[in-house]
Design a protein around this ligand. Structure first.
Ligand code: PML
Ligand code: MG
Ligand code: MG
Ligand code: MG
Length: 251
């Protein structure tokens, strides 16, 4: 990126269901000053007309980001494991957990069920097998991140699961105290998920759940002290990160 000022743009859209606000779409960008309006428009477009329904309310937040506070990270390397069934996909998660130094993968995987209703991710102490999020319903939201864009990159207003997930996984893998992540999408039609860490990179698994299922969620695997936990939460939520060299999806 050039010497332009940078701005963070965050969008959240919701609709009313039986009198309560239901989240339908959320996204963020970190962009140069002259591009704020075009990206803000793309995010409004994305939030207003989501496959989960038309929005009743949309919040857009734009804040200048202090350049000195940004960390630039290289995207995790990507590999794809093709599996025939979601059960085989679950076996791949077990394999990954063993590689990550977790002797009893099932102890960790049993927590996946609890992630489905959460807005954010679970922060799991893998040694004590306890959840560390201060708000168990909300979970931890990894935020304040985006990919670096080059001149001429197209500005789409649709969600790109793959690119957005690599950005998030790269930030999370570089977070102090985090030894890995498991992610299953909550979008019913999107069955590809991933496991990741700084050591193994971003490992896509082509089927992680049944087609049509909304059962998705994220677990950030944590190992460390209480003080380190605070640092991890602060990094995940507040540290601005721009990820370089995000591989483009070949559709
Ligand atoms: C999500 O729904 O945001 C999670 C997407 C996981 C992306 C997996 C991939 O295609 O690499
Ligand atoms: Mg999202
Ligand atoms: Mg959720
Ligand atoms: Mg989703």
């Amino acid at each position: 990126m050039s010497a332009e000022e940078l701005y963070s743009i965050k969008m959240r859209a919701s609709k009313k269901e039986n009198g309560t606000d239901v989240h339908i779409s959320g996204a963020e960008k970190i962009v140069e000053a002259p591009d704020v309006d075009i990206f803000a428009n793309a995010l409004i477009e994305r939030g207003m007309h989501h496959s989960k329904g038309e929005a009743d309310a949309l919040n857009l937040k734009i804040n200048k980001v202090c350049k000195e506070n940004i960390i630039y990270l290289d995207a995790l390397s990507v590999e794809t494991i093709e599996v025939e069934t979601w059960e085989k996909g679950q076996e791949e998660i077990k394999k990954y957990l063993k590689e990550t130094g977790i002797d009893n993968p099932q102890d960790v995987m049993q927590f996946l069920d609890e992630t489905y209703a959460m807005r954010g991710a679970m922060l799991l102490d893998v040694d004590r097998l306890i959840r560390l999020e201060p708000d168990k319903k909300r979970g931890i939201r990894a935020t304040n991140m985006d990919q670096e864009r080059m001149k001429g990159d197209r500005i789409g207003n649709e969600k790109n699961h793959y690119e957005e997930a690599i950005v998030l996984a790269t930030k999370v893998a570089n977070c102090p105290g985090i030894i890995g992540e498991i992610c299953i999408s909550d979008d019913p039609e999107y069955v590809t998920g991933y496991v990741s860490s700084k050591e193994i990179g971003y490992r896509r698994i082509t089927k992680m759940k049944r087609m049509g299922s909304e059962k998705g969620g994220r677990i950030f695997l944590f190992r460390g002290t209480d003080a380190e936990k605070q640092k991890a939460i602060d990094f995940l939520q507040n540290q601005h990160v721009i990820v370089r060299n995000v591989p483009k999806k070949i559709c």
